[in-house]
Ligand binder design. Structure first.
Ligand code: SAM
Length: 273
């Protein structure tokens, strides 16, 4: 086995050193023998060894760093793939790729996803996974605590924003526990949080995700403005909003995910577009 390289900052490599916490994170996934488990960013394998111990029906590891991809392939007896998810017959696989570039929409089969996510890609990656991986049954992610708070924030709070609405449009997030910096090498500057996610029981919202995402980005860039002002260029906006039961004096930060879905369904889009 080759010597371990220095942790790479650009790949968000803060490696978990605590066996007890690793086990607790894996336990939060609620693994069952027939599961297909996908781990994002296994690195030196803090979570992987506890997942492999459970011997799930399928295990797919996604790692961008060639060194750790090769090491994990050797440790779990996996075949190496690049660029896409392996075929169904691959029971143990390592995909050496940038997780942000994987075709998450091809995960139509039942799967559970876990990862101590690299801080620099965590938000865009969860954005993709929650909206595209239709086979997702449960996910457990460790992220920076501040991101964790945004994921489960409720309307009217300062943490509530586009990521909160988007996430809660597809899944139900739950804060599991907080992890302090001293259990990582190298130590990050901030606390981390472990969250679990399950698909919304009523399924995804009946609106085009692209339009919802665009509306969220636009409206939250004006989070303190009233809806009546944000939708200034929409003809009859005050009447339309009132007919939908939405007060035009409300601000984006006060709207529930359901209200955003109503706005998309009614064809609302902010001024300038
Ligand atoms: N799972 C290990 C642990 O808990 O100690 C490592 C976690 S470390 C925070 C993040 C891991 O994600 C690293 O192994 C890193 O190389 C990998 N990674 C970083 N960016 C990635 C990307 N875009 N796609 C896939 N893996 C990535």
């Amino acid at each position: 086995m080759s010597q371990s390289p220095r942790p790479k900052k650009a790949l968000g490599q803060n490696f978990l050193q605590d066996q007890g916490i690793s086990r607790k994170i894996v336990r939060a996934l609620g693994m069952e023998p027939e599961d297909c488990i996908i781990e994002i960013g296994p690195g030196p394998g803090a979570l992987t060894r506890h997942i492999a111990e459970e011997n799930p029906a399928r295990l797919i590891l996604v790692e961008k760093d060639d060194h750790w991809a090769a090491e994990r392939a050797a440790s779990v007896g996996a075949e190496l793939f690049t660029g896409e998810f392996p075929p169904p017959e691959a029971r143990r696989a390592v995909v050496c790729a940038d997780a942000l570039r994987l075709p998450w929409e091809t995960l139509t089969f039942s799967c559970k996803i876990i990862g101590n996510l690299p801080y620099n890609v965590a938000s865009p990656l969860m954005w993709e996974i929650f909206s595209r991986a239709s086979g997702l049954r449960r996910a457990v992610f460790m992220v920076q605590k501040e991101v964790g708070l945004r994921l489960c924030a409720v309307p009217g709070t300062s943490a509530y924003g586009a990521l909160s609405v988007w996430t809660q449009s597809f899944v139900v997030p739950k804060m599991e526990f907080i992890v302090p910096p001293q259990v990582f090498y190298p130590r990050p500057k901030v606390d981390s949080a472990v969250l679990s996610f399950t698909p919304r029981p009523e399924g995804p919202p009946d609106v085009p995700p692209g339009r919802l995402g665009a509306l969220l980005h636009k409206t939250f860039s004006m989070r303190r403005k009233q809806l009546g002002t944000i939708f200034q260029s929409t003809p009859n906006r005050l009447e339309l909003l009132t007919n939908l039961g939405i007060d035009p004096r409300l601000r984006p930060e006060n709207l529930t995910p359901k209200t955003f879905h109503l706005l998309v369904g009614a064809g609302f889009f902010p001024r300038g577009d």
